[in-house]
Design a binder for this molecule. Structure first.
Ligand code: XUL
Ligand code: CO
Length: 435
């Protein structure tokens, strides 16, 4: 049985194509800077938005028409695996990501939940072997169930900490079983509602304790996996501990986790934190900690996580500039942590939305490659910081100066001459690449 009968394998047909089920810009085999587009982009599909999201919102019931419903939650879960892999294959997407509760029903006990996970990951493993599709990352959902009302590792209830640990252990076990390349922690409820009753330091110490247990367990079972921490400033907690890239790096460094943890950065989380996505990517690069990205976009007029499919060319271009500067994103990838709008409720919208995201990223990549080949940003920056490649500047960056020697220099060079950035001209030149 087919879940997407109207759709054949989506192929690259070029920018003139009017076939909605074709790539107009994403050509997986096209080589740019020595790598295929597929190797550059490492696209992944998120199980939660694509397979479990129903289109409901705080004011309205589900709208999405989905054809994988079965007689029992477990049967639905099995149908979802079939549908998901059909979608991955038809879209030529190489990777996927999931939370434990996305793939398997929780049942009535932790034991039943784990059995369901085993059953479904057996199916997923077969599908992975059949198709060659790989697990980019999985994670444990430690925020939806009411037991996580006070947090997971940060909960004031030690039984909840223990339950979280069990979910993380299972997550690492299935990561090993499926050959996961990364394992993500997003602290959905690791934050606070009020400081009046919160011991922030104690809660953060406990979060770090859980991460250290995860590192130790992966090591013990011989699973070499890149751990990733995903920042977000708010929602669902009023204040989340992993506010943004800089805050999360401070946490990683404070607790000595840098050898095992990098960042999984999400575009809409950046904008919720009051940053551009490129700011977050750049901060991560400063720490050599850019691990993977959750590709989506927010609505600048709304203060919450809208998780839209990325369609903004400027944003995907500057994102790909950062990724190229990073030397690529592997072993991470570009995971579409994005959901179709409530009004895009047909099954085929799942296909159309991913094509839109993939084409937009492909265009971003092509433009970023042209900018890189023309040394657009390199030249700008070389010129801007030129005073440090000669004379006193060179001595400063070679650590050959001190406050006294620089005071002596400044005495005879106190008539400062600065140069204009001509930033408006720079931006209009960038537009020439985009259009
Ligand atoms: C929530 C979010 C999560 C993480 C994984 O905003 O982005 O889906 O990516 O838990
Ligand atoms: Co995310």
């Amino acid at each position: 049985m087919s879940y997407f009968p109207e759709v054949n394998k989506v192929k690259f047909e070029g920018s003139k194509s009017t076939n909605p089920f074709a790539f107009r810009h994403y050509n997986p085999e096209e080589v740019l800077m020595g790598k295929t587009m597929k190797e550059h982009l490492r696209f992944g599909i998120a199980y939660w938005h694509t397979m479990t999201q129903d289109g409901s919102d705080p004011f309205g019931q589900p709208t999405n028409i989905r054809t994988w419903g079965g007689a029992t939650p477990l049967e639905t879960a099995k149908n979802r695996v079939e549908a998901f892999f059909e979608l991955l294959v038809k879209l030529d997407v190489e990777f996927f990501c999931f939370h434990d509760i996305d793939i398997a029903p929780e049942g009535n006990s932790l034991e039943e939940f784990f059995q369901n996970i085993d059953t479904i990951t057996d199916l997923i493993k077969i599908k992975m072997e059949e198709t060659g599709i790989k697990l980019l990352w999985n994670t444990a959902n430690m925020f939806s169930n009411p037991r996580y009302v006070h947090g997971a590792a940060s909960s004031c209830n030690a039984d909840v900490f223990a339950y979280s640990a069990a979910q993380v252990k299972k997550g690492i076990d299935i990561s090993k079983k499926l050959g996961g390349e990364n394992y993500v922690f997003w602290g959905g409820r690791e934050g606070y509602e009020s400081l009046l009753n919160t011991d922030m330091k104690f809660e953060q110490d406990n979060i770090a304790r859980l991460f250290k247990m995860a590192i130790a367990y992966a090591d013990k079972i011989g699973h070499k996996v890149q751990f990733l921490l995903e920042p977000k400033p708010k929602e669902p907690s009023k204040h989340q501990y992993d506010f943004d890239a800089a805050t999360t790096m401070a946490f990683i460094q404070k607790y000595g986790l840098a050898n095992h943890f990098k960042l999984n950065l999400e575009a809409n989380h950046a904008t919720l934190a009051g940053h551009t996505f490129e700011h977050e990517l750049n901060v991560a690069r400063c720490y050599n900690s850019l691990g993977s990205i959750d590709a989506n976009q927010g609505d600048m007029l709304l203060g919450w996580d809208t998780d839209e499919f990325p369609t903004n060319l400027y944003d995907t271009t500057v994102t790909m500039v950062e990724i190229l500067e990073n030397g690529g994103i592997a072993p991470g990838g570009i995971n579409f942590d994005a959901k179709v709008r409530r009004s895009s409720f047909e099954m085929k919208d799942l296909v159309l939305a991913h094509i839109a995201g993939m084409d937009t990223f492909a265009r971003g990549l092509k433009t970023a490659v042209k900018l890189k080949e023309d040394r657009f940003f390199d030249e700008l920056k070389e010129k801007r910081y030129a005073s440090y490649s000669k004379g006193i500047g060179e001595k400063i960056v070679k650590d050959q100066e001190n406050l006294e020697s620089l005071t002596a220099y400044a005495m005879s060079h106190d008539k400062i001459v600065n140069e204009s950035d001509h930033l408006e001209y720079v931006k209009s030149r960038l537009n020439d690449y985009l259009v």
